[in-house]
Each structure stands twice: as C-alpha cells, then as structure tokens.
Design a binder for this molecule. Structure first.
Ligand SMILES: Cc1cc2nc3c(=O)[nH]c(=O)nc-3n(C[C@H](O)[C@H](O)[C@H](O)COP(=O)(O)O)c2cc1C
Length: 401
C-alpha cells in the first residue's frame, strides 16, 4: 500500500490503489463513470472484468477510463490473483452480480476476480445490481448477509425502473454513493464517539407569503462537512436551509426555512450534541412584520428589518455547551472581524473565508479558509470544500481527543 503525505491525508482517494471488479450485469456500463470519477479524485484504478461482463461493455472502454490495462484471465498474468490484491487499498465490485456474491460467500475461486476476492485482506465494497426477483431471493439474501457479517460493505441497490423493464429493488447505487462508500471504508474512524450538528445553506426571511429575503449560500460547505463527519464515524444531524444538494445517506436531515426555524431545530437537537458546526448562512435581518397576503405592486416599498436570532452567540453563552464552530464569510480579507467574532460569540473556532477571493465562497466547489482559535490560526491554501471539511474536522478530532 502507498503511504500518503500529511497534506494528501485530506484527499481520501489520493494515491489509493483501487481494484475494481466489473461483473456481468446490465449496469456494467456505469463502471466507466465510476472509474473516471475515482481517477479524478487521485486514485489508481486497476479493472478486473469477468468474462460475462464483456457481453455488456468492452474492456477498451475501461482501459481508456482507467488509463491501465484491464485484466480478466487468471492464467494470463501468473500470480496476479495474489499480487493485485496485495497492492490494493480497497476492492470494489460494481456492478456485483448475484453470481459473484454467491461465489464470494461460498469461497469459490474460479476466475481472476473471485480468486482476487479471496486473497484480498482489506475492505471490500459491493454494489449489487440485478432484477428484483433475484435480489429478493432468500438464497441470494443469505449469501449477501453472510458477506456483510464478514465486514463487506454493501452500497445500494435502489428501487426504481430496472433494465428488464420492471419496477422494483435492484438498480445499482448511484456512482456518487459508491464513491462515498469507498471513501468511508478508507477513512479513519476518529470521530466515532461524536454526535455532530451541522447547519448548512441559506435561510429565507419572508416579506409576504410569496416573497422572501435570502442569500447566495449553496450549502456546499456544510454538506461537505456532514459527509466527511459521517465518513469519520460520527453521528450527524444536518440542519439545512433550502438548497438543491442531495443529502448523504446515513444522517438525520432536518429541513428548515427561516432563521427562527433554524434556531428552534438547533436548540431542539443541542442536548445530544458533542459538537456544533454552524456552516449555514443564517439571515442577519428579517422583516419586522410579515404580511399575511401578497403585497400589492407599487412604485416604491419601504420595509423595516430587525435582527434575526443570533444562534451562534446564544449557544456560545451557554455554560455546558458542545464544542462550537462558526463561520465568518467576509467580503475582503477581514480576518480582524473573524477574530472579533470568535471572542464576541464565545465560539471555540471561527472558520474565516473571503467570499470575494477567487475560487472561494458561494456556489463553487473550492474554498480558501483560515481556522481561527484563541491560541492559534491556520491559514490553508485554496482547496476543495471536501478537503476544507476534512481540515476542520482534523481540528475537531484534536480538540475532542
Ligand atoms: C441480458 C442479461 C442481463 C443480466 N443482468 C444481470 C444483472 O443485472 N445482475 C445479475 O446478477 N445478473 C445478471 N445477468 C446474469 C449474469 O450475467 C450471469 O449470472 C453471469 O453468469 C454472471 O457472471 P459474472 O458474475 O461472472 O459476471 C444478466 C444476464 C443477461 C443475459
């Protein structure tokens, strides 16, 4: 296995050797996208195809996607059934047929992929995909449960329309979910004891029943933190304002609209939390009065706004509070304001970012943050929001240790 540098530790898939098994199911074509995505995230992908899978997809497509030779013959490269697994950090089978699951559960090794599965000592992720009758067959289920009881990680399948034209359970999990399962299997579970509340997205402050004041927050930073916390073993409650992101599976999602809703939801879940990470852009102002009917169109409208609830300082002033992390999104390099916020709000950490700096801030996948604490400051370079999330959780892990 390759070792990672401290910086690459935040890129879960960077320099990881993934052995991808592709088996003979209708979803085999999705393995191309999976391979490409794993490579984009810095992994080296070696693909092993079963003979049956070549009826669904050509080895060439996977060779192009992986940039590597594709293997399937046990006797073509002698000892590959031992050397490939020995060099791999993780094995993933996507799609995984009923056949490979049955063979693996019974210890059958009659081709390169099934033999590699038996000689591999690391984590195995399987993404079953098949007709619902096959999936619900009790013999198949017994095999699947047997593998799970031996630590194999199952991702999917989903309910939906199947390749055969029927509806039911059996669609291979979405590629994003398979990637997330792989990352989780490769992540250090250093937050196993934590129960983390993460807030994300914007809030809406209603003017009348159809109009509201909101902000440009996309929710990406908060969702990235929630995903990373889940991977690292934490229980996560994600309290999210309106946004279009897919919440990860395995967390408790609470959806809210207004700053008041957000406050109520945070306070309701606070007693169980060990850490609160407030990445939501909670509106600072709300209309003093909300009209019950739509305000009529006119040439001019004057509106009075009042301060919205300040959830961060409310928690910051509590005596027995969890570890508290807030965000300071500023326009310009206003580290001074973020430092002031840390003290005034009584938080343990303020994560500063300049939303006007290139690649940082709203609706982009990258961020340039400074982690501000009372006795230390860590200025990080521009990185993906996922890496920034890992960096924040590294501090949480250190402080909670
Ligand atoms: C058109 C077609 C589609 C198939 N789709 C699936 C499938 O989605 N899942 C599955 O478990 N088997 C499926 N099968 C059956 C497998 O291809 C068969 O069990 C094969 O032996 C699997 O071999 P492998 O596990 O070595 O790839 C399909 C077969 C055909 C002919």
């Amino acid at each position: 296995m390759k070792s990672s540098s401290a910086k690459d530790k935040r890129k879960v898939l960077k320099n990881k050797n993934i052995l991808l098994g592709v088996t003979g199911g209708a979803a085999a074509y999705k393995a191309v996208d999976l391979t490409r995505r794993l490579k984009e995230e810095g992994a080296t992908v070696t693909v092993i195809m079963t003979d049956a899978s070549k009826n669904f997809i050509t080895p060439l497509s996977l060779e192009i996607a992986s940039g590597n030779r594709v293997y399937s013959d046990l006797f073509d490269t002698p000892m590959s059934h031992i050397t490939f697994p020995a060099a791999a950090d993780l094995m993933v089978i996507a799609p995984a047929t009923a056949n490979i699951i049955g063979k693996f559960a019974r210890g059958i090794a009659d081709d390169l992929l099934s033999t590699c599965l038996l000689s591999f000592r690391g984590k195995v992720v399987i993404a079953p995909a098949m007709n619902w009758r096959m999936y619900e067959n009790p013999i198949f289920q017994k095999n699947l449960q047997y593998l799970i009881s031996h630590g194999v990680v199952q991702v999917g399948p989903e309910k939906g329309s199947l390749a055969c034209g029927e509806e039911g359970i059996g669609r291979m999990a979405d590629v994003n979910e398979i990637i997330e399962a792989i990352k989780s299997a490769l992540s250090n579970k250093d937050l196993l004891k934590e129960r983390i509340i993460v807030t994300a997205g914007p809030t809406r402050e209603y003017i009348d029943p159809v109009r509201f004041i909101s902000n440009r927050s996309s929710g990406k930073m908060g969702y990235a933190i929630a995903r990373a916390a889940l991977r690292r073993g934490s229980e996560v409650t994600l309290i999210s304002g309106p946004c279009s992101l897919m919440p990860p599976r395995g967390l408790k999602l609470v959806t809210v609209e207004t700053a008041d809703d957000m406050r109520n939801a945070v306070l309701q879940h606070l007693p169980e939390a060990t850490v609160v990470i407030m990445a939501a852009a909670v509106g600072d102002f709300t209309p003093q009065t909300k009209e019950q009917t739509k305000i009529e169109k006119s040439d001019e409208l004057t509106m009075r706004l009042k301060k919205s609830p300040d959830i961060l300082s409310e928690i910051g002033s509590m005596r027995n509070r969890p570890l508290l992390i807030g965000f300071a999104a500023e326009t310009g390099n206003r580290l001074d304001r973020a430092r002031k916020k840390l003290i005034e709000k009584g938080a343990d950490i303020i994560v500063f970012n300049d939303v006007t700096s290139a690649g940082s801030g709203f609706d982009v996948d990258t961020n340039k943050i400074t982690i501000i604490e009372r006795d230390r400051e860590t200025a990080l370079p521009l990185m993906t929001k996922e890496e920034a999330a890992e960096a924040i959780l590294d501090r949480v892990s250190d402080l909670r240790a």
